[in-house]
Write a protein that binds this ligand. Structure first.
Ligand SMILES: Nc1ncnc2c1ncn2[C@@H]1O[C@H](COP(=O)(O)OP(=O)(O)O)[C@@H](O)[C@H]1O
Ligand SMILES: [Mg+2]
Length: 276
């Protein structure tokens, strides 16, 4: 396959950047091409290229401060808000540069949803939390909104626990329920990509398990990228894994391979807990 990810930059030490494509999907949903990120003078990401397959789950792993969140936030332009942020290279979705000046960032964030480490429901009812994105879009059709709310809550596996209490304040839910509510809120506006930054690290093991099951189910309809500190979780939920270390992509590929027979010593050391 002709690679378009190995363009001009000569100083690259290129690593394996091609997860296997299944027959159904012959192209990448998301692609990073020779991406550098800076916060002022500090370089947080160093020349990363990788492609993410549609309807797959990709885990970003690596020690704290290695650039996982920074790299994840590139895919819905959340770094744009940060003072001193700048980047080189390209981020493509469906082959199109999402940093092109013609891109409407609000629209982009609708189709690239994000879930954060700490559940962050609004101080509103369960119903209004999920309806929020639709109302922001100016949708007035209450029947449509209600259908989307119910459908999204079902998809996030929360519905059966809250169906009689949709008017209840979201903040009265447990942490695990709040996180599933935040996932429902992201799903309501029909994204195609879901970015999750350590979505279970503030949760107890049972709630985490529910979110992991949910992530697995969502893969049918979404392309999911998840940052996780939890190696077992990466092994359980993801198809492909990218190991980042100090802003570099050390290794990327099939999760089972990364976890059982990695190419690089550094990866081996990390997954066996020898540092990190
Ligand atoms: N808003 C910011 N301003 C300046 N430096 C930042 C900012 N966010 C992250 N960094 C720095 O960039 C590096 C990568 O951070 P981050 O992407 O949060 O890593 P991770 O998610 O892997 O813990 C770290 O050295 C961090 O201190
Ligand atoms: Mg982080």
């Amino acid at each position: 396959m002709e690679s378009d990810s190995q363009s001009s930059n000569p100083k690259t030490t290129q690593v394996e950047t091609k997860p296997k494509l299944n027959s159904k999907h012959q192209s990448y949903k998301l692609q990073a091409q020779n991406v550098d990120v800076f916060y002022e003078d500090f370089q947080a990401i160093n020349n990363i290229s990788l492609g993410i397959v549609e309807n797959s789950i990709t885990a970003f792993i690596g020690p704290s401060g290695c650039g996982k969140s920074t790299f994840l936030r590139l895919f819905n332009r959340m770094n744009d808000y940060i003072d001193g942020f700048s980047m080189n290279g390209n981020i493509l979705m469906d082959g199109k540069d999402i940093y092109d000046e013609s891109v409407n960032v609000e629209e982009l964030r609708k189709i690239v949803g994000m879930v954060f480490q700490k559940p962050n429901p609004f101080p509103k009812s369960i119903y209004e939390n999920v309806a929020y994105g639709l109302r922001i879009q100016g949708i007035k059709d209450e029947e449509y909104i209600e259908n989307r709310v119910i459908e999204s809550l079902k998809q996030s596996t929360l519905y059966s626990e809250v169906e009689d209490n949709l008017d209840k304040m979201a903040l009265s839910l447990s942490g695990g329920q709040q996180q599933r509510l935040c996932i429902a809120r992201a799903l309501a506006v029909k994204p195609t990509v879901l970015l999750m930054d350590e979505p279970t690290s503030a949760l107890d093991p049972i709630s985490s398990g529910k979110i992991e099951d949910l992530i697995h189910e969502l893969k049918e309809d979404y392309t999911i990228v998840i940052v996780t500190h939890n190696m077992q979780q990466a092994g359980r939920v993801s198809d492909n894994t990218a190991f980042l270390y100090m802003g570099n992509l050390v290794e990327y590929g099939d999760t089972q391979k990364i976890f059982t027979n990695p190419e690089k010593d550094r990866t081996q050391n990390y997954i066996t807990g020898r540092f990190g």
